[in-house]
Design a protein around this ligand. Structure first.
Ligand code: SF4
Ligand code: MG
Length: 322
């Protein structure tokens, strides 16, 4: 399989400033040395609690934020060293869909203009007619019709607004879409519709997805592989089946135990973690999960576990596995 996106040792630290002179007193280590690949045509789910660095990961890949260090390759091209002009070209290949479809759509623009704007920016339509036809087709592909083109975002439901955001992202014919919690703000009843739509579009357009969510149940349907993040680190990454049927990392096990199972005969113990997620400023020593881990050992607070492949591309970082 072709690797489309390669992320290596990516770090994004935000300085913490204090005092009258605004001296840097520490760093929020939002993304701290993560590596993964996404193959062409696949969906990688990226899951973790809020504040674990998953959105920062997505934004740093797209260079909406500048990385502190590391490497991002898109089809072998070094994304982090592109100049402005090259970056603009690259934006045609990589698009983002945001969590809040209302905040990300200009409320004063009609839907036709919202979806048509990227066509103008990248000169993808030769005249008004072609632009109109393209916008119409994009909207129809996300389940909206021609009459809705001249309406404003507030005239749509949350699910429809997310569809508009998707149409806008598709306008430049991208290959990779980073979907940053695209259904988290939607009613549960609407979530499946939008996920199904994204799956249909994946086939139709040959898309590759990085699908970010805070909950393992949301990405189960759509993902081919899943990565689990905790406090700026990827702690486990595997095929969907391995993540859900044979999770290796205690954090993944606790996340899975929180998903309600409809079968009353299935006796699943909920693993409740102690305490809250610690601050990413000055994270815990050794394994960052150790203060909350039900299986922590002495070594865990002293030595950081290595992120290793335990077979079949099932990666995890935990001393229990050695
Ligand atoms: Fe728990 Fe130790 Fe494994 Fe970390 S390394 S997940 S603290 S057992
Ligand atoms: Mg987020």
């Amino acid at each position: 399989d072709n690797v489309l996106l390669k992320v290596r040792n990516l770090k994004k630290y935000f300085p913490v400033k204090a005092g009258v002179f605004k001296k840097t007193v520490g760093y929020v280590k939002a993304v701290d040395d993560i590596s993964f690949d996404i193959k062409e045509g696949e969906t990688l789910g990226l899951v973790g609690e809020s504040g674990c660095g998953k959105s920062t990961t997505g934004r740093t890949i797209l260079r909406l934020l500048e990385a502190t260090s590391g490497r991002v390759e898109f089809e072998g091209k070094d994304v982090l060293s592109l100049d402005r002009k090259e970056l603009r070209e690259m934006r045609k290949e990589m698009q983002i869909i945001f969590q809040d479809p209302y905040a990300s759509l200009n409320p004063r623009m009609k839907v036709a203009d919202i979806v048509g704007e990227p066509l103008d920016i990248h000169n993808l339509a030769t005249d008004k007619n072609e632009k109109y036809e393209k916008v119409k087709e994009l909207l129809s592909n996300v389940g909206l019709n021609e009459e809705q083109m001249n309406r404003y975002p507030h005239e749509f439901s949350g699910g429809q607004r997310q569809r508009i955001g998707v149409a806008r992202a598709l306008a430049v014919n991208p290959r990779l879409i980073i979907a940053d919690e695209p259904v988290s703000a939607l009613d549960v009843s609407i979530q499946a519709q939008v996920i199904n739509l994204l799956q249909d579009l994946q086939e139709q357009y040959g898309l590759t997805y990085l699908f970010i969510a805070h909950d393992l149940s949301v990405v189960k349907h759509i993902s081919d592989r899943v990565a689990v993040m905790y406090l700026g680190k990827i702690v486990e990454l595997a095929n969907k089946k391995d993540i859900y049927d044979n999770p290796l990392h205690p954090y993944t096990q606790s996340l899975l135990s929180a998903i309600p199972i409809p079968d009353p005969n299935y006796d699943k113990k909920r693993i409740v973690l102690k305490g809250d997620v610690p601050s990413p400023v000055d994270p815990p020593s050794g394994c960052r999960f150790h203060p909350r881990c039900p299986k922590a050992m002495d070594i865990c607070s002293q030595v950081e576990p290595e992120f290793k492949d335990y077979g079949n591309g099932h990666f995890a970082a935990c001393h229990l596995l050695d």
